[in-house]
Structure formats: structure tokens, C-alpha cells
Design a protein around this ligand. Structure first.
Ligand SMILES: Nc1ncnc2c1ncn2[C@@H]1O[C@H](COP(=O)(O)OP(=O)(O)OP(=O)(O)O)[C@@H](O)[C@H]1O
Length: 245
């Protein structure tokens, strides 16, 4: 299966400090959700920063859709097909949902294409369509996250990078947000997901990667990782795996 994004043997870090990523390899095949889990400070967000061009790797190779893009900055990575939904909330509260979503299309000059993408995201995220003219700041945290998802899909990316989408959300809103992540995948966008809520994320993902000491320690079908008692002990709070619904 072709990969939408590949990070191969990547070393990366901040300033003169020791590298955070030390020979990390991860790939996101088309049509899949890949989830990175691992302890605090393992480098999960750093992987996404390298993937979106916010942080240049010190060495290694990055490919998007099979084309090498190593060292490109965020704008060129976006143009190559990589969209990044950052941790926390990034909607503009004083702007409407429509204005927030359309910001995602600021690089697209073709009006017909913008109209087609607008229809696509309004269809995919019903709450976005329902609250289109509402000030984004009046929406709940989970609804705001869906506005961010919609904004990221305006450029029709090959892969979307999601950094802790459930952060600060209650369990019901978290479930809705994860359902929307699955809808994004089913609508054709591959997803690289980073989550503190490792068990919930692995229940949603197709492939799981456990990050430790700056490398992918273990990877495989997410269901297998969930069923592994040793992994559950180390990374999933020690509870036995619950069967998938
Ligand atoms: N902007 C930065 N400048 C310097 N060091 C940083 C910066 N961002 C992250 N780091 C360091 O890089 C390491 C990995 O951080 P990162 O945020 O990637 O981990 P994480 O696995 O996403 O952690 P968490 O689960 O706590 O969000 C940490 O030691 C952190 O202190």
C-alpha cells in the first residue's frame, strides 16, 4: 500500500540540546489512521512538527506521496499535502465558523475549488454546517475542534496531523471527535494522530506506534497493541484490554 507520508530514520531536536528524535521511522499508508502513543516527553508532538515542516530534521528523509520533501518549511509542506491541527484550541473566537473554515483555503485561488471544498467539509462535519454563521467562540470545545478539522481539510490534504485532539474535552465530546477522525479517514484523508488518551486513540486507529526514547519501539495493528498485556501495563494504565465493540 502506498504511504501518504514517510519519516525515515529521522533525527531532530531543539537548538543545541540533545536530539529528541533519534532515528525515528514512521509511515502513514493511504486510508489509515496511525496513532503515536508513548510517555510524556517521548517526542510525539515533535514528530508532528517535523512532519509539518515546523521543525527541520537534523538528518533523515521525509517523503509525501512518494516525493522527497525533506527540509521544506510549513507552507511548502502544506502545499505538498500535509495539514497540521495543533494541540489546544486554535479557532478565532471573534470570527464566525465560516470565516474560520475559509481561512484554511487562503492559499487556493480557484473560487470553484473553494466552493467545492466548502460543501465537502460542511457535509462531513454537520455541526460546522449547522453553526456556519455563529461566532466560533460560542461553540463547545468539541465543536471547535471540528471547526479546526474542517479548516485543515480545505486544502484537500493527503494526510492530516492531529495533536491531542481530545485535550480538555469531556468523554462525550471526545467520542464525537474520534468519530469525526474516522469520518475524515473514510472520506479519503490519512491521519497521523498523537494522543495522551492512548487506549481511546488505539481503539480508533488502524496502526499503533509506541514511541520511546525518540524511536518507534513497537508498531503494528492497533488492535494487537491493545490486546498485548505487557504494553497495557507499560503504556495504557495497566488495565486489561477491553474488546472492541
Ligand atoms: N520548543 C521547544 N524547545 C525546546 N525543547 C522542546 C520544545 N518542545 C519540546 N521540547 C522538548 O522535547 C522533548 C519532547 O517533547 P514533545 O512535546 O515532543 O513530547 P510529547 O511526547 O509530545 O510529550 P507530551 O505527551 O507531554 O505532550 C521534551 O523533552 C521537551 O521538553
Amino acid at each position: 500500500m502506498a504511504s501518504e507520508i514517510e519519516l525515515l530514520d529521522v533525527q531532530a531536536g531543539y537548538g543545541r540540546a540533545a536530539p529528541v528524535l533519534r532515528g525515528l521511522t514512521v509511515e502513514v499508508p493511504a486510508g489509515t489512521i496511525v496513532c503515536l502513543v508513548g510517555p510524556n516527553g517521548a517526542g510525539k508532538s515533535t514528530v508532528l512538527k517535523v512532519a509539518s515542516g515546523l521543525l527541520a530534521p537534523r538528518s533523515g528523509t521525509i517523503r509525501v506521496g512518494g516525493v522527497e520533501v525533506t527540509g521544506q518549511g510549513p507552507q511548502r509542506m502544506l502545499a505538498s499535502g500535509v495539514a497540521h491541527v495543533l494541540q489546544g484550541h486554535s479557532v478565532f473566537a471573534e470570527m464566525t465558523v465560516a470565516e474560520n473554515v475559509l481561512l484554511g483555503a487562503y492559499t487556493i485561488k480557484d473560487k470553484a475549488r473553494v466552493a467545492a471544498r466548502t460543501e465537502f467539509v460542511r457535509d462531513l462535519f454537520p455541526v460546522v454546517a449547522e453553526r456556519w454563521d455563529t461566532l466560533a467562540g460560542l461553540l463547545s470545545g468539541g465543536q471547535q475542534k471540528q471547526v479546526e478539522f474542517a479548516r485543515s481539510l480545505m486544502v484537500d490534504p493527503k494526510v492530516v496531523l492531529l495533536d491531542e485532539p481530545s485535550m480538555g474535552l469531556d468523554p462525550k465530546a471526545t467520542s464525537t471527535v474520534f468519530e469525526q477522525v474516522v469520518r475524515m479517514r473514510d472520506a479519503g484523508t490519512a491521519v497521523l494522530l498523537v494522543e495522551q488518551n492512548a487506549r481511546r486513540a488505539l481503539e480508533t486507529a488502524d496502526i499503533g506506534c509506541v514511541l520511546d526514547l525518540g524511536r518507534v519501539h513497537i508498531s503494528g495493528p492497533a488492535a494487537d497493541l491493545l490486546a498485548d498485556p505487557q504494553l497495557a501495563d507499560l503504556y495504557l494504565g495497566g488495565r486489561p484490554a477491553e474488546p472492541r465493540p
